[in-house]
Write a new protein. Structure first.
Length: 334
């Protein structure tokens, strides 16, 4: 608690009522400036990416992943993350490891603009192997009732913008671990696709935090829908924010492939269709807007530091796969 306290204080924001240590965490939504708020909540983990952190001894980034996986899900509904709670469980607490993980959580909270106002650190002997731990997070945000996404005017012909990912993010790591093992690599070996990094460092690149850039784009006007591209990829996540009877045509040649995915496909002999379901394939967030607003939305995202491309458009589609991806193999060449 003495080590966590200063980390949590770095994340404080307007609306926090009490410090760490109580039985519950208090937050005053009215003080955060909302008039007619709807609360949005989400919980998530980082899956078997934890195994790469545990086996390599690199624990400082999975906390960022944890916050990003939760907070990015909130912003797709137009919500600003307000506060975050974490759950860290192990068989026997290693204070140094826990501090490293939670320092990452604090950094993620700062990136998301959320306050780290509570959590649980549990020791459960016999539940976890020595050196192993589990990690989960819970985030709450708010959005004015009139601004909840997706909007009701999502329409055929709308533009689909793709915001670049930083790598694998936090999905598909069971397959990643299988491919790394079959390639005969250890986590601390030199990365085969990222010069100057170990295998672990190249795969533990944190999930990109899209919260502030997406909020800036929403404020600029024109955003109709957002989709966080996690497990299931573009083909399963984009349809979650589209009306029934609507789909999207995506052209994969419109964005640059990342070396990590080309290596995974080649080393693992993974089919293109599976690559698009297991991974984000280089697009971590999708934005839907009208043709008239596309330039404004794209500029707002770029001004916030994101790499953005027009990757497709919405179409009428009442049968078959809602999302169709053309030129998929272009991402793995070269």
């Amino acid at each position: 608690m003495r080590r966590i306290g200063p980390l949590a204080k770095q994340t404080m924001r307007t609306g926090v009522v009490a410090d760490l240590g109580g039985f519950g965490a208090l937050f005053d939504v009215a003080k955060a400036g909302y008039k007619d708020p709807v609360l949005v909540s989400g919980t998530d983990g980082v899956g078997t990416k934890l195994m790469a952190a545990i086996e390599s001894g690199k624990h400082d980034t999975v906390g960022i992943d944890l916050v990003a996986m939760c907070a990015n899900d909130l912003v797709v509904q137009g919500a600003e993350p307000l506060f975050f709670l974490d759950y860290f469980a192990s068989g026997k607490l290693d204070v140094g490891v826990a501090e490293s993980v939670i320092s990452g959580i604090a950094e993620g909270c700062k990136q998301a603009g959320a306050a780290l106002i509570g959590g649980e650190t549990a020791e459960m002997p016999g539940m976890y192997d020595d050196g192993h731990y589990d990690l989960a997070g819970f985030c709450v945000g708010a959005v004015e009732r009139s601004d909840v996404l997706p909007r009701a005017d999502v329409a055929v012909g709308d533009v689909v913008l793709g915001v670049s990912s930083s790598g694998v993010h936090s999905n598909g790591f069971s397959l990643v671990r299988k491919v790394v093992g079959r390639a005969g690599l250890g986590w601390n070996d030199p990365s085969p696709f990222a010069d100057g990094q170990t295998v672990a460092e190249s795969f533990l690149t944190p999930t990109r935090m899209y919260v502030k850039p997406c909020l800036a784009a929403i404020k600029a006007g024109g955003v109709k829908a957002l989709a966080h591209i996690t497990g299931g990829g573009l083909v399963e996540n984009l349809p979650r924010v589209l009306p029934k009877g609507m789909g999207a045509d995506i052209d994969a040649s419109t964005w640059a492939g990342l070396p990590v995915f080309a290596w995974l496909k080649d080393a693992g002999n993974v089919a293109t269709a599976e690559m698009f379901r297991a991974f984000n394939a280089g697009i971590g967030m999708v934005v839907v807007c009208s043709e008239n607003d596309a330039e404004t939305v794209q500029k707002a995202l770029q001004d916030a530091g994101e790499t953005v491309q027009r990757i497709g458009q919405l179409v009428e589609r009442s049968s078959g796969e809602p999302v169709k991806i053309e030129n998929g193999d272009s991402l793995w060449r070269g």
